[in-house]
Design a protein around this ligand. Structure first.
Ligand code: NAP
Length: 474
């Protein structure tokens, strides 16, 4: 069922050391595959393959590049159930979340197939009227793409598709927990006709030395990373040594503000999506709920009813809408945040304790939370709601902005007030009476320590393009 090897220069390879490591199903801790470990030499071989493939790929007509990407979209459409199953097996999420991800992931191939043929330049006369200014956009070159485990398909396609559309060749380094989904995406690309060396896959263990070996290679021109702010900082420092252009999609700590006058039914259903999509393991997940005092009781009551109805269990069982976290380690991280919040005075309204077996953590609501406490300053990455009442909208905005993160925020309430509030939130994205913003056609990204650059939309391809100014006489 699973492709379990590295992909270098158009070949599936077991890696030069012959080492393999177990891939675990977090629902029951069983081993489902053993994936090949990439040595530093394998990582460098992948970069060399990408470098060799670059001239021909860059010279491939945009229409041909576009059609390969379009075929990737079509294959992923035909095989959405197969992909969803692979995601569930290694990531643990509920099947419904995996299927939603499979659909979201393939849309990046469709969107960037369309963008590949629309790369624009610029031509002008100089103000003095005696020279030509010609600007062309060219693919930046060999790109290293590093992705997390929480959306193992979509975070890969969100980078690979614009890179290839721009004429770049790539090496993908997925999270160690979820290499099987990454290998599936590469397999789709091979079947779609991507030439050897254009897309490569390596999984070094541990990640650091292999990635450093790649960044040291003089052919590498781009680093595109999605993951935690902590690892992003390390990679930015490493990329700085070689002045490698870097795009960073990092952590979030999303506020969810409920203004006076908000429609409670609509707000609760939005809160369920903003919190529970992907089991709360999303950089976009609402972490801190600031609710106006006039609504907090009713909001809490109705949210507890909705969250209490969720069935938790193995992701492949169709009736379960909440699956496992990616690992027991991740479950314990969420549990430690909740335990510390309780020690600091939080009251448990729902849930609160992890499963004994499997990496499950139940829907949880914590009240009596103090803004600024440990749980409100850390990304929870699980199905845990923290509730904080407010009197004045001004103080809700201050609390929402009082964080190093700035990825996404949600504001629910009467339209005009919600829009005014949204414009004052320091984040790359704000949902106004809307809880699902991820859309391949829109710019995704954060401000502050949530990242640098944008993915998707019209900006996504620009991250992989470099402007060249060609000056000439008239
Ligand atoms: P992570 O621990 O930062 O890991 C992300 C990737 O970096 C993995 O492939 C990991 O490989 C690799 N990595 C770790 N240490 C490295 C090092 N020293 N050098 C090079 N690579 C290294 O993040 P995660 O736990 O997988 O994912 C969760 C985080 O991703 C959350 O903070 C979430 O907010 C963020 N995220 C952000 C976005 C966004 O668009 N802003 C989207 C999704 C997720 P190994 O697995 O082998 O360690």
């Amino acid at each position: 069922m699973f492709q379990q090897d590295l992909h270098i220069d158009g070949e599936w390879r077991s890696g030069s050391t012959g080492r393999r490591y177990p891939v675990i199903d977090p629902a029951d801790s069983t081993e489902i595959a053993t994936f090949a470990v990439a040595s530093e030499a394998d990582c460098v071989a992948a970069i060399r393959a990408a470098d060799r493939a670059l001239p021909e790929w860059t010279a491939t007509p945009p229409r041909d590049r576009s059609e390969i990407l379009r075929r990737c979209f079509e294959i992923m459409q035909e095989e959405e159930e197969r992909l969803a199953e692979i995601i569930v097996r290694e990531n643990g999420k509920a099947y419904v979340d995996a299927l939603t991800e499979a659909r979201y992931a393939r849309e990046f191939f469709r969107w960037f197939a369309e963008e590949a043929v629309r790369i624009r330049g610029d031509f002008r006369l100089s103000p003095s009227g005696d020279k030509r200014i010609t600007i062309v956009q060219q693919g930046i070159g060999v790109s290293v793409l590093i992705t997390p485990w929480n959306f193992p398909a979509a975070m890969a396609t969100r980078k690979i598709a614009p890179a290839l559309a721009a004429g770049c060749t790539v090496v993908l380094k997925p999270a160690s927990e979820t290499p099987l989904t990454a290998a599936y995406v590469i397999d789709v690309m091979v079947r779609a006709g991507t030439p050897p060396g254009v897309v490569n896959l390596v999984v070094p263990q541990p990640a650091g030395p292999g990635v450093q070996a790649m960044l040291r290679h003089p052919s590498v021109r781009k680093l595109s990373f999605t993951g935690s702010t902590e690892v992003g900082r390390t990679l930015l420092k490493e990329a700085a040594d070689y002045v490698i252009s870097s795009s960073m999609e990092l952590g979030g700590n999303a506020p969810f503000i409920v203004l006076p006058g908000a429609d409670i039914a609509e707000t609760v259903s939005g809160a369920m999506v903003a919190k529970m999509r992907n089991g709360g393991s999303a950089c976009t997940a609402a972490n801190r709920f600031y609710v106006h005092v006039s609504l907090i009781e009713e909001f809490t009551e109705r949210l507890a009813e909705e969250m209490g109805r969720i069935t938790m269990g193995p992701g492949l069982t169709p009736t379960n809408s909440l699956g496992a976290l990616v690992s027991v380690k991740e479950r314990d991280k969420v549990a430690a945040l909740v335990d510390r919040a309780i020690e600091e005075g939080a009251h448990v309204r729902l849930g609160g304790s992890p499963s004994e077996s499997g990496a499950f953590f139940p829907p949880t609501i914590l009240t009596n939370i103090r803004h600024g406490s440990h749980i409100t300053t850390n990304e929870i990455f699980g199905p845990v709601v923290t509730l904080i009442p407010f009197d004045e909208v001004e103080s809700a905005i201050e609390m929402a902005n009082d964080t190093i993160y700035g990825l996404i925020a949600y504001v629910y309430g009467p339209h005009n007030e919600a829009m005014t509030t949204a414009l004052r939130i320091e984040s790359g994205m704000v949902g106004v009476n809307r809880a699902l913003l991820s859309d391949p056609a829109a710019s995704f990204g954060g401000v502050k320590q949530s990242g640098l650059g944008r993915e998707g939309g019209f900006g996504g391809i620009k991250e992989f393009l470099e402007e060249k100014y060609v000056g000439s006489a008239l």
